[in-house]
Design a protein around this ligand. Structure first.
Ligand code: CP3
Length: 336
């Protein structure tokens, strides 16, 4: 039996790793996503280099809007750009619910290759963006702190918004089902912008679609729901039947436990910026985090993606501290 929480890090396959940066010099972002051998190599890098307990597929949430027919570019040091975003009902004619096998087969090929290469060493996590977070990019056309255009679209054209959200949901369900059939052991739904909505709007524009995804998949594989900043809806998220809920560092683990009730498994919630602190601080605060979660029903992780300027040995210090928690615990047991 594992006497400590398992540990992995959101965005663990990425720019803080020199081995990733070397591949980044040679291939464009979507080339890296679309070439199974590259996606496989990048997925496994943090398993070998950092020693995490799970791998997460190297891909992006924006491959779904791409498969639906929208152009998505990844601009160096700026982030995603969708030059022809969705602005009204007519724009829905430009997109479709695609056949996942026809448009995203490179992801399924990558998963099969990764599973083979991992050879049972650690489980593989698949993922997709939550419909609301994908709508944010599909309407706003680029990153934003507020996604005001996406919110205004939902509030002024709710019928069109719901049509779009349903199209994204249908695409996502088929996509995640195929990921599971191809071999992923768990899936995570990333609602990075869930925290921009108040509770009622979160239910209307986000959670009702996440719920459909959870219901469609839960008999096939465990589903982790991470809605950043949406802790006001943790109880409602728990009620979807999701296997685990991700939380960020702004909510205390104890409070999250009270809100989620139902013995939910919680995932999180180390502040990624804290990984730039001196290693002894990382070790101390990681132990405090582990204690606050109570050692059970917890998947140790960051509260959001790891920052690109994180030193590799600091990321490793976080992971090692979680792994040593087990040794400490059993040492205490032996001394008793
Ligand atoms: O977690 C992992 O290591 C798996 C790979 C992964 C990526 N993106 C690779 C990536 C995952 C799970 C994602 C999810 C994702 N993508 C989210 C949800 C999680 C979150 O962080 O909130 C979102 C909102 C996106 C959209 C996206 N992709 C943005 C906003 C950006 C630019 C900002 C940034 O972090 O650079 C990306 C690019 C991206 N996706 C990179 C990576 C490794 C950086 C690309 C590069 O320059 O090499």
């Amino acid at each position: 039996m594992v006497e400590r929480p398992p540990v992995w890090m959101m965005r663990q396959a990425g720019r803080y790793l020199p081995q990733y940066m070397m591949l980044r010099e040679k291939y464009s972002f979507f080339e890296r996503c679309q070439t199974p051998e590259l996606a496989c190599e990048i997925t496994i890098q943090p398993v070998d280099i950092i020693g995490v307990d799970a791998a997460i597929l190297f891909s992006d949430i924006l491959v779904v809007p791409q498969a639906m027919g929208l152009e998505v570019q990844m601009i160096e040091s700026k982030g995603p750009l969708l030059p022809d975003p969705i602005k009204n009902i007519n724009d829905l004619l430009r997109i479709r619910v695609p056949d996942a096998d026809e448009t995203l087969s490179y992801v399924f090929d990558a998963i099969k290759l990764i599973k083979k290469e991992l050879n049972g060493r650690v489980p593989l996590i698949g993922f997709a963006g939550a419909p609301w977070t994908l709508l944010c990019y599909m309407v706003q056309g680029k990153g934003s702190k507020t996604f005001d255009e996406a919110k205004i679209f939902c509030y002024t054209e709710p019928e069109t918004a719901h049509k779009l959200l349903q199209m994204i949901t249908d695409t996502t369900i088929a996509y995640l089902q195929k990921q599971i059939e191809s071999g992923v052991d768990t899936v995570q739904v990333f609602d990075s912008w869930g925290g921009l909505l108040g509770r009622a709007d979160f239910e209307e524009f986000s959670l009702q679609y996440i719920r459909q995804i959870v219901v469609a998949l839960i008999d096939m594989a465990p589903v982790i729901v991470f809605a950043k900043g949406a802790w006001q809806s943790l109880d409602a998220m728990a009620a979807t039947g999701a296997s685990a809920l991700g939380i960020d560092w702004c909510i205390m683990p104890k409070m999250a436990r009270q809100l989620a009730r139902q013995n939910a498994v919680l995932q999180g919630n180390f502040d990624p910026a804290k990984l730039l602190s001196p290693i002894p601080v990382i070790q101390k605060e990681t132990k405090q985090m582990l204690a606050a979660f109570g050692g059970q029903k917890h998947i140790a992780n960051l509260g959001h993606g790891i920052l690109p300027n994180t030193p590799v040995d600091h990321a490793r210090a976080f992971v090692d501290t979680v792994k040593e928690y087990q040794i400490l615990k059993s040492a205490i047991e032996i001394s008793l």
